[in-house]
Design a protein. Structure first.
Length: 234
């Protein structure tokens, strides 16, 4: 891999004439987990959308593993090694667990396949024949992660994976993401749950009004009580 798994420089993005992202800079190294946090409306999901190709930037650049993919369509971004776990999970409710996994699979030798993801998520192995809309919220979140993994990405984007989950399930998601980080997969995690974000992320970025207002380690963020109070409401 050449350089960072993801490098974003001076990114500007709009919804209509609303200027949402105002010069965002961030990078994720191979094998690194970075958490992007901030209040609702800060621009976190728009950042993910611009990286994934759902929103076309009006300025700046998005580089994936050394390739400039600024403004590329989502299928090209995916082909370059990016997989998304979207907000709200968005699994296929009328397909079984096994079918949800099979439809996303992009096999590579020694990579993630159905047997490997079911080993990571044993609850899904027991529910393999169950339709997606019959799963609990936690099971759906695990399936969304499993579906992304069988794409065999080099960069995994996760948009609010703790949303709507009970604390025990948030704890399980954190354990899984730490295990994935240890495999060398690059992670960009968008979260409002500060505990999960600082547990998984080796670096934490705080976003406010479309810009990054803090970048540092979880320990450095914890020492900046004014940042937490001003931008996170803590």
């Amino acid at each position: 891999m050449s350089g960072p798994a993801l490098a974003v420089h001076g990114l500007h993005a709009y919804y209509g004439e609303s200027h949402i992202l105002q010069g965002v800079d961030l990078k994720v190294l191979p094998g690194e987990a970075v958490s992007l946090i901030g209040r609702n409306g800060a621009g976190k999901t728009t950042t993910i959308a611009a990286i994934a190709g759902f929103v076309r930037p009006r300025g700046g650049s998005v580089t994936i593993s050394g390739a400039d993919l600024t403004g590329a369509p989502p299928h090209e971004i995916a082909r370059a090694g990016v997989a998304l776990v979207p907000q709200g999970r968005r699994i296929f409710g009328d397909l079984s667990v096994g079918e949800n996994i099979a439809v996303a699979a992009r096999p590579i030798p020694g990579g993630w396949d159905e047997s490997r993801v079911l080993e990571l998520f044993p609850v899904l192995a027991r529910r393999r024949a169950v339709h997606g809309d019959e799963l609990s919220g936690g099971e759906q979140q695990m399936l969304a992660i499993a579906r992304a993994l069988v794409r065999n990405p080099t960069l995994l984007l996760l948009d609010e994976p703790s949303e709507g989950l009970a604390p025990k399930l948030v704890e399980q998601v954190g354990e899984i993401l730490e295990r994935l980080r240890a495999t060398g997969l690059a992670l960009l995690l968008v979260e409002q749950n500060l505990g999960l974000a600082t547990r998984v992320g080796q670096r934490v970025l705080v976003m406010n009004k479309g810009t990054i207002v803090f970048a540092g380690t979880p320990a450095e963020l914890a020492a900046q009580r004014d940042v937490e109070a001003r931008y996170l409401g803590i």
